[in-house]
Design a protein around this ligand. Structure first.
Ligand SMILES: Cc1cn([C@H]2C[C@H](O)[C@@H](COP(=O)(O)OP(=O)(O)OP(=O)(O)O)O2)c(=O)[nH]c1=O
Length: 189
């Protein structure tokens, strides 16, 4: 039995390591993350997660873990910005408001599947022009859903969350431990 982390996100690997879990293999799933027309954030996040799982090949006794993190502003999906202009657009939308960060998890072992979705409400303070421009210049927005990282410089913009900090970072620790245990993974705690 091997544990395969089907994610290229360094944060996910780090959060797993924090739980005491070191995957035997790390493979990024290369899938199309374009939302469908009219698709809502939660079903989108769950569909993309399932697509990531389907894209990872494994042996029957292997455990495969994948996840997707999506920022939801009402019915709007904010994924990873393609460039600084899109990051600016996302951050201006999030500035001074509450949004949800959705992380869907999926696990496969042979023919069995498990899935969990964790939602965290996040408030972002109103950003000044200087804060926005400095943040864009830092480049931290790259590869982050919604264009910010709560675990980094972006943490200075977040006065309040309700839910899971690790969920916002990309892998909710409690739900991940539960789902992996359900799939039969055992590790030293
Ligand atoms: C909101 C937020 C997101 N993120 C990150 C977590 C995810 O890595 C990323 C969302 O992109 P994802 O598509 O979920 O993941 P990924 O492209 O990094 O990796 P893979 O698809 O291979 O699993 O945004 C943070 O690191 N901090 C935050 O505060």
């Amino acid at each position: 039995m091997r544990l395969i982390l089907g994610s290229g996100s360094p944060r996910r690997k780090e959060i797993l390591a924090g739980l005491g879990i070191i995957p035997d293999a790390v493979i990024a799933a290369d899938i199309d993350e374009t939302p469908q027309k009219g698709e809502l954030p939660r079903p989108y996040c769950e569909r993309v997660t399932r697509a990531k799982l389907d894209a990872i090949a494994s042996d029957p006794d292997d455990i495969v873990l994948v996840a997707d993190t999506t920022v939801a502003l009402g019915r709007r999906i904010l994924g990873k910005p393609e460039n600084a202009a899109q990051a600016a657009e996302y951050l201006l939308k999030l500035s001074g408001r509450r949004h949800n960060v959705i992380t869907a998890l999926a696990v496969r072992r042979g023919a069995q599947h498990w899935a969990r979705t964790q939602v965290t409400a996040v408030k972002m303070k109103r950003l000044s022009d200087v804060e926005l421009n400095d943040y864009l210049a830092s480049g931290e927005w790259q590869g982050k859903a919604g264009g910010y990282a709560i675990q980094g410089r972006g943490g200075a913009f977040i006065p309040w969350i309700q839910g899971s900090f690790t969920g916002v970072m990309g892998l909710p620790a409690m739900e991940t431990a539960q789902i992996l245990r359900a799939a039969g993974l055992r590790w030293d705690t």
